[in-house]
Ligand binder design. Structure first.
Ligand SMILES: O=C1O[C@H](COP(=O)(O)O)[C@@H](O)[C@H](O)[C@H]1O
Length: 229
């Protein structure tokens, strides 16, 4: 089931999404003593991550990881790990246990087994998977047209290495199975172009055409979507 939260302005959407994440993480800590969240990179989540960083959570009980990563050094401008370290993992939130996707392997394919082992050790089901979406309908690093898309949609593994058809850098991505092994899926999208892609995805059609459909058109996990236009 998809619940949509519509906003005119991106800052208000980000603040509302951060409050919703904070509430769910706090509830998970109260109920199970641990909370776990997988976060997207790219441009969209920055204000959410900055707001969430100030949340008065027991951060030592929070496990943080990524839904995807570019296979670049953690100090590279395109690193999603760098984004998290610069925004969320600051102040009290630096006490969270961050599980990176990137490791020391020469490429994403060689690094996948170590990443998979790190993911297998996470506290499943994750409480929240925060997805983003590209204007091509990709989510995490499940790209339309990628050689690994069918694998990403069907594998029993939690992670896979991907070479995007157009975007730079090899990637590590959570698989569809991993995304759907969460308690809550959140999606954040901003702008008219992404809104149009989201509407097209919701109207139905092949997942291979718009991979975001793997999260939207399913009944296993509740989905909330924050839309700002
Ligand atoms: O490459 C990526 O793109 C998507 C969307 O990013 P955005 O910059 O348009 O917000 C993102 O969700 C994903 O994590 C990232 O690696």
């Amino acid at each position: 089931m998809v619940t949509e939260h519509d906003f005119d302005d991106g800052a208000a959407a980000a603040a509302d999404l951060a409050r919703r994440i904070e509430a769910l993480l706090a509830a998970a800590i109260a109920q199970r003593g641990v909370a776990a969240i997988a976060l997207s990179g790219g441009r969209s989540p920055r204000p959410v991550l900055e707001a969430l960083s100030a949340a008065p959570l027991d951060w030592g009980k929070v496990v943080v990881t990524l839904v995807d990563e570019r296979w670049v050094a953690p100090d590279h401008a395109d690193s999603n790990e760098r984004l998290l370290r610069e925004t969320l993992l600051q102040g009290a939130a630096a006490a969270a246990r961050f599980v990176p996707m990137k490791n020391g392997a020469a490429n994403a394919y060689a690094g996948q087994p170590e990443c998979e082992a790190a993911f297998a050790a996470l506290p499943w089901p994750l409480d929240i998977v925060l997805l983003g979406m590209g204007e091509d309908g990709h989510t995490a690093s499940l790209f339309p047209g990628a050689a690994e898309l069918v694998e990403g949609l069907s594998t029993d593994a939690l992670t896979l290495a991907v070479t995007p058809p157009a975007a730079p850098h090899q990637r590590m991505s959570m698989s569809a199975k991993a995304i759907l092994s969460s308690r809550h899926i959140f999606l954040q999208i901003g702008g008219a172009a992404k809104r149009a892609v989201y509407d097209r995805a919701m109207a139905g059609g092949p997942v291979e055409e718009l991979p975001i459909r793997v999260a939207l058109l399913q009944d296993e996990v509740p989905v909330e979507v924050w839309v700002s236009t």
